[in-house]
Design a binder for this molecule. Structure first.
Ligand code: SF4
Ligand code: SF4
Length: 431
């Protein structure tokens, strides 16, 4: 045999098959080379976790890669995570553990039901227990544990946005003998503490009041809903928050919980019952208002003649199947020119804030070519929109930052749907 690089091959020096001379090199066959001789310790550790089982079901069809928003700006997706685990990677100590935004787009297309929404929290919980948490996320978790909100603000500052605000709002935590309300409005962290969130919160109050909604808030007794903390693996903290908020929902009699935040909606509807053994009659504000569309339409007199597109929040849309309520509100806005982006509804793109991404911009920036929010803002501009309408409190701040960082200042306004409704009502009837 001639000199050769590989040991494991066979070759017949003389071979004629069907009259064709395939001697020597032409019939060389390599023996199967070992491609699975890797350490599967970490694959086994993931699939052994409660919730991690489905990682082992992947059969590498790659359907997930095309729809993964992180792969769109980097190299990611369940298939790649599976393959890396298969070749011995320790996911528990790898940045890939934190890049998934739990947007659920891969699960939508996966024929094997590989479920990152269960795998990621399970694997992250282990990383949290081992102390392998990115510093920026650790700060957020500490703030929530200590203060009940990711910003690290004191509980009494939760209602600071109500100062110098003339509209009536019942803060139930301040009432000596609180009477029942029809709607208990869970304001949420970003609406309570973030400047632009405060704008939307005030709009919500004005719209509620114009509609005559009997509502109250928890004030200083409200705490973070905990859904993002659950998704980054802080199960204990999530349970504490669920117990705390669940107790407030019990304390203040109401017919309906209305939330500003799709993450809170997801938590109260799907995950609090597992902790508190109670079901919650909860609606996202777009659902609550969509039920009153006739009254709203009557109130909205001021036209809003702008080109508007809408970003579906993953936790309202894909996670909970609500695509119509926000569109019902948008389509009722007088004078609006509404246009969909290419990636919308079930296929909506992710803003990057879910699954803890809200507090991982530094780590994500190190492993992607651009932020997901930047990618989305460019799409909104490409479709010809002047306004990007949203209905998740994370998104105004995320997309406003992205407008600036992509040098699109002045080209795209980011605004919560509730602010548009408020504009059309308050400027329309002069009330
Ligand atoms: S879609 Fe599912 S089965 Fe296919 S590669 Fe992705 S995770 Fe694996
Ligand atoms: S949940 Fe979303 S971000 Fe995470 S892997 Fe699946 S598609 Fe990618």
């Amino acid at each position: 045999m001639a000199d050769h690089k590989y040991e494991k091959w066979i070759q017949k020096d003389d071979a004629i098959i069907d009259g064709i001379d395939v001697s020597g090199e032409w019939n060389k066959m390599y023996e199967p080379r070992e491609i699975m001789n890797y350490d599967l310790t970490y694959m086994d550790k993931i699939t052994d976790l409660d919730g991690g089982e489905s990682m082992g079901w992947c059969y590498q069809c790659a359907q997930c890669i095309g729809v993964c928003p992180v792969d769109n700006v980097g190299s990611y997706g369940p298939r790649k995570i599976y393959r890396n685990l298969q070749t011995g990677q320790n996911l528990f100590e790898h940045p890939d553990l934190w890049l998934c935004t739990t947007c659920s787009n891969c699960l939508r297309v996966c024929p094997k039901e590989v479920d990152m929404m269960k795998i990621m929290p399970a694997a992250r919980e282990q990383a949290v227990l081992d102390g392998n948490v990115p510093a920026e996320l650790q700060d957020m978790l500490q703030n929530v544990a200590e203060y009940g909100n990711p910003m690290g603000e004191s509980a009494r500052k939760r209602v600071r946005w109500l100062r110098k605000f003339d509209e009536p709002v019942r803060d139930l935590s301040k009432e000596e003998n609180p009477q029942p309300v029809d709607v208990l409005w869970y304001v949420s962290d970003y609406f309570s503490f973030h400047g632009r969130g405060n704008d939307a919160a005030k709009s919500m109050v004005r719209v509620f009041n114009r509609l005559g909604v009997d509502f109250g808030i928890l004030g200083k007794e409200e705490k973070c809903d905990g859904d993002s903390q659950r998704l980054v693996g802080e199960t204990g903290l999530f349970e504490e928050l669920a117990e705390h908020n669940g107790a407030q929902f019990e304390k203040y009699e109401h017919n309906k919980l209305v939330v500003s935040d799709p993450h809170a909606y997801n938590a109260f509807k799907n995950f609090y019952p597992k902790v508190t053994n109670k079901e919650y009659n909860v609606q996202h504000y777009t659902q609550f208002l969509a039920e009153q569309i006739d009254d709203l339409t009557t109130l909205m007199k001021q036209p809003y003649p702008k080109k508007v597109t809408f970003h579906d929040p993953c936790y309202l849309g894909r996670h909970n199947g609500e695509y119509n309520a926000p569109r019902t509100l948008i389509n009722a806005i007088p004078g609006i020119d509404f246009m969909e982006m290419f990636r919308c509804k079930e296929q909506g793109y992710c803003c990057g804030g879910g699954g803890g991404g809200m507090w991982l911009d530094g780590l994500v920036a190190d492993h992607t070519s651009e932020r997901l929010s930047e990618n989305r803002v460019k799409e909104a501009i490409e479709v010809g929109a002047e306004v990007l309408a949203v209905c998740c409190p994370y998104e105004v701040s995320r997309f406003e930052d992205a407008v600036k960082s992509t040098n699109n200042d002045g080209k795209l306004e980011v605004i919560d749907i509730i602010e548009i409704l408020d504009y059309c009502i308050d400027n329309g009837d002069g009330s």
